[in-house]
Write a protein that binds this ligand. Structure first.
Ligand SMILES: [Zn+2]
Length: 451
């Protein structure tokens, strides 16, 4: 393929990529399934991954995608380097991560009778940084509990009374004391009997409403308990991990460096309001293409998806997500991952595009946990000479081509299945547990948050 036709092919792939992405977003925003945290190979590997993920979690203070944080750990000759970055450049990030690591080292070195004090000091610092997020979860929890109490109408069964009393107790902690609040919810999150009652009541409500994806107050109570409890659980894990010999070795010889953000590739100037020809051209089978076109027209009449697509496009500001920045930083500079584990610790599960980018990248990375949500503001990392036939460019085109195939396949499947808006799946890592997190809820207003 000549350089020029290679560049043209690339341009058309980029167009198809965003067309499929916008369409998927308008249709639903995610495909079925949730790929969990990569683990269970060996304990040592899993612990270090979990440690990195926990650090990233406490570097991400807010809901939403801007503060999504990724950490890659390099094993250099004489030291370990924590490479950190977030979706939006945050100059204070490296200093904050350094502070956390120093405090963890102090905790490790402290005499037994002083460990509690060091632990509480680290907890207070981390929770106060995450105060806005904690406060918002608490507000949501309070509202969900009020709504749930209203559903428990008289006459109450024995279990209803038990549940009602327990939920009221969840609101007793001082909402401004983030440590007390999260600790008390964490304790409650381990009361399996009450959680079973909560789940069973949520299931009952769903059976009454029988509307797929309809918001359910009991589901939300469970969800926000998980969100708040995760602060304490993650902090406890970080503190416990310093006893792991490898993690101890790492925190004794570490340095933190922030990756200079990769500029996004030049903004696309697609005419997205046109006919989505790129997507349709990608469908080779003529009969299927006509079927898709016809279903698209139907969908548009029913729910104005083209209007939705053009609304999405008006907020189009793609950028390179943090985990992709880290992948590229290690790959382009030929850096060695600690423990030979090509893993990036992320503060939330990755989006669909990051997941696919990892999957098709020749670096052969560990696939990240993913919510498979689609966010249109996703950019490929820039390559030096996009118009030439250079190796980087050719490689990127190959990755993009595979991603486009999957996205088009997913979009076409959604259209042919005529799926309605899907049930909500949380972006965060932090539901009660991955086994409990399989409940499907509707996304509360304002809750967004890509990787
Ligand atoms: Zn992403």
């Amino acid at each position: 393929m000549s350089s020029q036709s290679g560049a043209d092919h690339y341009k058309s792939l980029v167009e198809q990529f965003y067309e499929a992405l916008l369409l998927l977003k308008a249709l639903s925003g995610l495909r079925d399934g949730h790929d969990g945290f990569p683990g269970r190979q060996n304990l040592r590997k899993e612990r270090l991954r979990s440690f990195l993920r926990g650090l990233a979690y406490f570097c991400d203070f807010k809901k939403g995608g801007d503060t999504y944080t990724g950490i890659g750990l390099e094993e250099a000759e004489t030291e370990y380097i924590f490479w950190v970055t977030s979706n939006k450049h945050r100059p204070e990030l490296a200093a904050h991560l350094s502070d956390m690591l120093d405090r963890l080292k102090k905790l490790k070195d402290a005499p037994e009778d002083m460990k509690g004090r060091h632990r509480r000091s680290l907890q207070a610092m981390c929770f106060s940084k995450s105060g806005k997020r904690i406060g918002m979860y608490q507000t949501h929890l309070t509202k969900s509990i009020t709504d749930a109490q209203n559903l428990l109408t008289e006459p109450k069964t024995k279990h209803d009374r038990e549940l009602s009393l327990w939920m009221s107790g969840l609101l007793e902690a001082d909402p401004k004391n983030y440590v007390e609040l999260c600790d008390s919810i964490f304790t409650a999150s381990k009361e399996n009997h009450m959680l079973r009652l909560l789940r069973s009541r949520a299931k009952f409500e769903r059976s009454l409403e029988n509307i797929r994806g309809k918001r359910n107050a009991f589901d939300e109570v469970k969800h926000y308990i998980g969100r708040l409890a995760s602060h304490t659980r993650t902090l406890n894990q970080l503190c416990d991990y310093v006893d792991d010999p490898l993690i101890e070795e790492i925190i004794r010889a570490q340095r933190v460096r922030q990756i200079d953000p990769l500029e996004q590739t030049s903004e696309s100037t697609l005419d997205i309001q046109a006919t989505l020809n790129g997507l349709l051209v990608g469908i080779k089978d003529g009969a299927e293409r006509r079927e898709v076109q016809s279903r698209l027209d139907d969908l548009n009449r029913q729910c104005e998806i083209f209007k939705d697509i053009s609304n999405q496009y008006s907020y189009f500001k793609p950028r390179v997500h943090a985990e992709v920045q880290i992948l590229e930083h290690f790959y382009r500079n030929n850096l060695r991952f600690a423990n030979d584990d090509k893993f990036v610790g992320g503060s939330k599960p990755s989006c669909e595009c990051c997941y696919l980018y990892f999957k098709y990248h020749p670096a052969r990375m560990v696939l990240p946990e993913s919510s498979h949500k689609v966010f249109i503001n996703w950019s490929l990392p820039p390559v030096a000479e996009p118009q030439s036939g250079e190796a980087d460019f050719t490689q990127q085109r190959k990755i993009l081509s595979k991603m486009v195939n999957v996205l088009i396949y997913n979009a076409v499947s959604e259209i042919l299945d005529c799926r309605t808006a899907p049930c909500w799946r949380p972006d965060s890592l932090t539901d009660l547990s991955s086994s409990i997190a399989s409940f499907r809820l509707l996304e509360p207003d304002g809750v967004t948050g890509p990787s």
